[in-house]
Every structure is written in structure tokens, then in C-alpha cells.
Design a protein around this ligand. Structure first.
Ligand code: NAD
Length: 467
């Protein structure tokens, strides 16, 4: 494992690339369902025929185990693409729209159409899935797409740059590798939709650049996703589920539980059960093949700095050479410390006692709306209150992270955690403009009623029909 980022190949010319991609969409190349299906089939083949290459790129970037690589990246993305492939005919159908009496006789329909040239900017933590997932939506909806993978996960980025052109139509799908300079150059061009996944500081740069061209943006961001554990919860089961979701990908997951607020009377028991769950799931995490590594030295240092915000009761050890950071639990946490102010995005879990559901709900009022919010309780009234009295991208009840895998649920944030949504049908919707079509024959001209001159009769008829 090395911290070195391989030098990128000379950047291909970026000038006019958005225009080049927009042209075939305008000319109708991507309009037929058959073309879109072929692209989705090609994307599925690209993943299935190169399994060991994808696995080793993910192992190189993040030390991902084979199971995790499939669960959260390869098989996950194949599943998204297959669903789109299967359902495309249905998603592409126009939706009939009921019309008011005043417009009859006529037909109304809502027709999904591609935006044109779309730009997908991906992050490093699930460098395959978060790059190709949006691409599936873009292609299903008939767009051209330029994918800019994260330079922070260089092995996966390089593989995407090598395999995408070998499988997908280069007229409508391109990959440009690179970091800030390349992305900045891309953002100067006019895109028809920008889909960005990453942190909320860069999201502001993206939104500003997009505003210059009035380009719509989807911003898939992160934040501090809390867990509330009520005293009625099944504590051992709660600990097992939280442990899985927190230490998956060594905590580098946008919907990972960031911190826990637990009813004071069960706080010690929860910490003990979490300790037990770590041992049960990962054993000695340092030697476990199932425990991922931290992406780079910069993030190792950042995480080390967060440890000062509380008392380390589990883990806390790290090895820079290996980019290993132990599953770590903090108690006696300072609310003002960095660990409670910024997204942790790593394997550190602060556990803070709280005095009941009211106090938890109050604590959420003062914070940004998170991407996910989790509640563990057997008391249904507590669950109902948390669901109704807080706002977040998603809520998990007695479960963490797994909502991400439900393709019929929209995935996206609200407020500081982002805007827009995708997965399954929502991806198609997000990458489609919904065009309104109203069509009338000319044989019967009921519209005449609203033409001037506005006689008394027309005025009273209009009031009656429209009102
Ligand atoms: P990152 O550093 O890989 O950045 C994301 C992308 O932004 C990269 O492609 C990068 O090249 C580009 N970028 C970086 N700086 C830029 C700049 N100045 N101008 C233009 N482009 C720039 O990833 P990250 O931001 O560290 O990702 C982690 C964050 O992403 C966390 O906040 C996490 O919660 C969030 N995240 C959200 C989701 C989601 O689906 N909602 C998924 C994963 C991660």
C-alpha cells in the first residue's frame, strides 16, 4: 500500500468537450430506447468481464475486501444498471395528464427527455459506485456524460479511464481524469446538468460555476449523520448493526453513523456491546482482511487530530505506513471539539449520553440537516416522534446505512447535506427533463371562449368554467 499518487497522463484537450458531447444528443443518437439499452448492457459487461481488475483497484485505493468491494461497489452498480435496463421501457413512457374541462377536447402528457451533456464529478470513498451509479442514470435518460473520477482514488480512476472507452460509445461517454485544475476547466464550459458527489465546500464552487450557465445541479453531500439510541432499544442488536455500518469502509461512508446520542441509563451497556461487536466482526482489525484502510496520509493526520475531542475507550491506535486506523470509540466528548463540529468520515465514533428523546430532538434543531438520521428504539412512539420532528435525507429505524441499498427509496440530502436524489427510478427522473405536451385538434375551437372581445357572456362562462 502506498500513499503515492501516480502521475496522471497528459491531460487530453478539454476545450469544447461539452459541446462535442451535446451534439449527438441533439441529433437524436441517444433518443431510441435500443441505443440506451446497448449502453447499459455495455456498462454491465465492462463490470462483469473485469471483476478482478476492479477488485484489485479497490484494494489498492482503499484496502477493500472482496466481499465489501462487491457488496458496496461492483455488484451494487451492476444491480443499478440491470434495474435500469429492465425498467427502461416503462420509465420512458409518457405519463398522461388529466386536463381541466376548459381545455377539452385535448390530450396532455408529460414526456421525459434528456438534458443533453451532463457532467458527473465523483469522490474517492466508493470510487467505482459513486462514479458509475450516476452514469447509469445519465445513460438511461438518454444523456451524454462526462465522468470525472476522483484523483484521490487513483487506481480506480485509471481503470475507469481505460475501460470506459473500450466498452461505451465514445461519442456520448467520456472519462477525464484529474483534480482541481481539470475540474475547474470543465466547469467553465456549459453543461446541461452537473451531478456532484463530495463535500459541501467544493459543492459551493460547483454551484457557483453552474449558476453562470443556469445549469441545474444535483449535489450529493455528507455531514454528521447521528444515531439516537433510546433506552427501549435492544442494545446488543443495536450495537451489532451500528458497528457494521460505522466500520464498513473504515467509516469512510457518507451515510455512516457519525456519532451516537444514547439515553444515559444505557450508555455504558452500549459502549460495552459496541466493543464486543467490533471484536466479533473484525477480531484484530489490523490483521483483518475485512477492514479497509484510510485513503491517504492527509486523512490519517486529520483523524488523529480528532482524537483530542474525547476519551478513547476503544481503539485509538494507528499505523501511518499501513494507513490503518483502529475502530475507535470516544466517550466524555466535548461538544465544541472538532470531532463534534466536522464530519468525521473515518472510524472514530463519539458516544454522548442524552436525557431522552426530547433532548435528542432539540439537539437536532441546532444542527444542519444530515444526510441520514438513525433511531434505535422498541418504543414506537419514540420512533414516530423522531421521524416526524426531525429533518434529514433519510431515516433508518433500528438500522444504519442499509437504506442506501433499497433502490425504490430516493437517495439524497436536504439543506447542507445536498439537493436532488437518485437510485433506481429516481436516477432516471433526475437525469430527465419532464416536458409538458398539450395537444388539441382544430375541428372544435372551444378556446374561442377566451378570445377577445370579452363579452358579458364570455366573462361569465369563463368564471364558471375556470373557477
Ligand atoms: P474528493 O476529494 O474526491 O472530491 C470530490 C470531487 O470533487 C473530486 O472529483 C475532486 O476532484 C473534485 N474537487 C475537489 N476539489 C475541487 C475544486 N476546488 N474544484 C472543483 N472540483 C474539486 O471527495 P471528498 O469531497 O473528500 O468526499 C468526501 C465527502 O463527500 C464527504 O463529505 C462525504 O460525506 C461526501 N460524500 C457524499 C456522498 C453522497 O452520495 N451523498 C457519497 C460519498 C461521499
Amino acid at each position: 500500500m502506498s500513499d503515492q499518487t501516480a502521475p496522471l497522463p497528459a491531460a487530453p484537450a478539454l476545450d469544447g468537450i461539452a459541446e462535442d458531447l451535446r451534439r449527438p444528443v441533439g441529433q437524436g443518437l441517444t433518443r431510441p430506447r435500443r441505443y440506451r439499452e446497448q449502453q447499459l448492457d455495455a456498462l454491465i459487461r465492462m463490470l462483469q468481464q473485469n471483476l478482478s481488475l476492479w477488485e484489485s483497484a479497490l484494494a489498492q485505493d482503499l484496502g477493500k475486501s472482496e466481499v465489501e468491494a462487491h457488496l458496496s461497489e461492483i455488484a451494487f452498480t451492476i444491480g443499478e444498471a440491470k434495474l435500469a435496463r429492465r425498467q427502461l421501457w416503462r420509465w420512458m413512457l409518457p405519463t398522461p395528464a388529466p386536463l381541466p374541462l376548459a381545455l377539452q377536447p385535448a390530450l396532455g402528457k408529460v414526456v421525459p427527455e434528456p438534458f443533453g451533456a451532463t457532467l458527473v464529478i465523483a469522490p474517492w470513498n466508493y470510487p467505482l459506485q459513486l462514479a458509475l451509479g450516476p452514469v447509469v442514470g445519465a445513460l438511461a435518460a438518454g444523456n451524454a456524460v462526462l465522468l470525472k473520477p476522483s484523483e484521490v482514488a487513483p487506481a480506480t480512476s485509471a481503470l475507469l479511464a481505460r475501460l470506459v472507452p473500450a466498452y461505451l460509445d465514445p461519442l456520448t461517454v467520456r472519462v477525464i481524469e484529474g483534480g482541481v485544475p481539470e475540474t475547474t476547466a470543465l466547469l467553465e464550459q456549459r453543461w446541461d446538468l452537473i451531478f456532484y458527489t463530495g463535500n459541501s465546500l467544493v459543492a459551493r464552487i460547483i454551484a457557483e460555476a453552474a449558476a453562470k450557465h443556469l445549469t441545474p445541479t444535483v449535489l450529493e453531500l455528507g455531514g454528521k449523520s447521528p444515531v439516537y439510541v433510546h433506552r427501549s432499544a435492544d442494545i446488543p442488536a443495536t450495537a451489532r448493526r451500528i458497528a457494521w455500518g460505522k466500520w464498513l469502509n473504515a467509516g469512510q461512508t457518507c451515510v455512516a453513523p457519525d456519532y451516537i446520542r444514547v439515553d444515559r441509563e444505557v450508555a455504558d451497556e452500549l459502549v460495552e456491546e459496541l466493543r464486543h461487536a467490533i471484536a466479533e466482526q473484525l477480531g484484530d482489525a489490523r490483521s483483518s482482511p475485512d477492514y479497509s484502510r484510510i485513503i491517504n496520509g492527509k486523512h490519517m493526520d486529520r483523524l488523529q487530530g480528532l482524537l483530542t475531542g474525547g476519551r478513547v475507550v476503544v481503539g485509538g491506535d494507528a499505523d501511518d505506513d499501513e494507513r490503518y486506523f483502529a475502530p475507535t470509540i470516544l466517550t466524555d466528548v466535548d461538544e465544541d471539539a472538532a470531532v463534534m463540529q466536522e464530519e468525521i468520515f473515518g472510524p472514530i465514533l463519539p458516544v454522548l449520553p442524552v436525557d431522552g428523546v426530547d433532548a435528542f430532538i432539540d439537539s437536532m434543531q441546532a444542527r444542519d440537516k444530515p444526510l441520514a438520521l438513525y433511531v434505535f428504539a422498541r418504543d414506537r412512539e419514540v420512533v414516530r416522534r423522531v421521524e416526524r420532528e426531525t429533518s434529514s435525507g433519510a431515516v433508518g429505524v433500528n438500522v444504519v446505512v442499509a437504506q442506501y441499498g433499497a433502490k425504490a427509496l430516493p437517495f439524497g440530502g436536504v439543506g447542507e447535506s445536498g439537493m436532488g436524489r437518485y437510485h433506481g427510478r429516481f436516477s432516471f427522473e433526475t437525469f430527465s427533463h419532464r416536458k409538458a405536451v398539450l395537444s388539441k385538434g382544430t375541428a372544435i375551437d372551444t378556446l374561442r371562449l377566451i378570445y377577445p372581445p370579452f363579452t358579458q357572456l364570455r366573462a361569465s362562462l369563463t368564471k364558471r368554467i375556470m373557477g
